[in-house]
Ligand binder design. Structure first.
Ligand code: AR6
Length: 177
């Protein structure tokens, strides 16, 4: 992997709603009308106008993404994506990978410089964090490697120290960073 790509990757532990980035990614459900977990936290922090905007989007299929404004968040945009419910079948990984690709594609189209991802599907949807971490990082690095974009900073933000540790170890073991 190119050093320029790896230099853009950052991991943090904390609350995605507090980040000062161009776009944050929401691990939403197909209705896009809010829910628990990170979705609930983003809607609470963004305020009721986010829900009003989401109502106009007509939902979202698994693996796809839709974009809204950030409203009361520091982030200018929220990119809503719907991850797979973990089943252990091969299509899980394909759908999860598509969530990252389609979110990054919006970043490219909107000239977004900084974006933050939560661990999509790793809460209510039950995706094992070790498997999801590999998909998140590999998919993102390959995207950055293959496409020209304005992105200078891609943050993976993990809520728990256990999940943060999984990402930290993977980056160290596989990429030496
Ligand atoms: N900042 C960063 N990460 C967070 C935050 C936060 N504020 N809150 C939770 N996480 P989940 P899913 C982490 O369940 O598995 C919703 O109800 C959390 O620890 O939010 O994709 C939707 O409406 C976990 O590692 O999303 C859907 O119905 C990760 O975010 C469903 O849950 C994802 O957990 C989506 O399930």
């Amino acid at each position: 992997m190119k050093k320029e790509v790896l230099d853009k990757i950052e991991i943090k532990q904390g609350d995605i709603t507090k980040l000062n980035v161009d776009a944050i990614v929401n691990a939403a459900n197909r209705s896009l009308l809010g829910g628990g977990g990170v979705d609930g936290a983003i809607h609470r922090a963004a305020g009721p106008n986010l829900l009003e905007e989401c109502k106009k989007l007509g939902g979202c299929n698994r693996g796809e993404a839709k974009i809204t404004n950030g409203h009361n968040l520091k982030a200018l945009y929220v990119i809503h994506t719907v991850g797979p419910v973990y089943s252990g079948k091969p299509e899980d990984s394909m759908l999860l990978s598509q969530c990252y690709i389609n979110s990054l594609q919006y970043a490219l189209e909107k000239n977004i410089k900084s974006i933050a991802f939560p661990a999509i599907s790793c809460g209510v949807y039950g995706y094992p964090i070790e498997k999801a971490c590999k998909i998140a990082i590999d998919t993102t690095c390959n995207f950055l490697n293959d496409k020209d974009s304005c992105l200078t900073n891609v943050i993976f933000i993990l809520f728990s120290s256990k999940d943060f540790e999984v990402y930290r170890k993977y980056l160290k073991e596989v990429f030496g960073i």
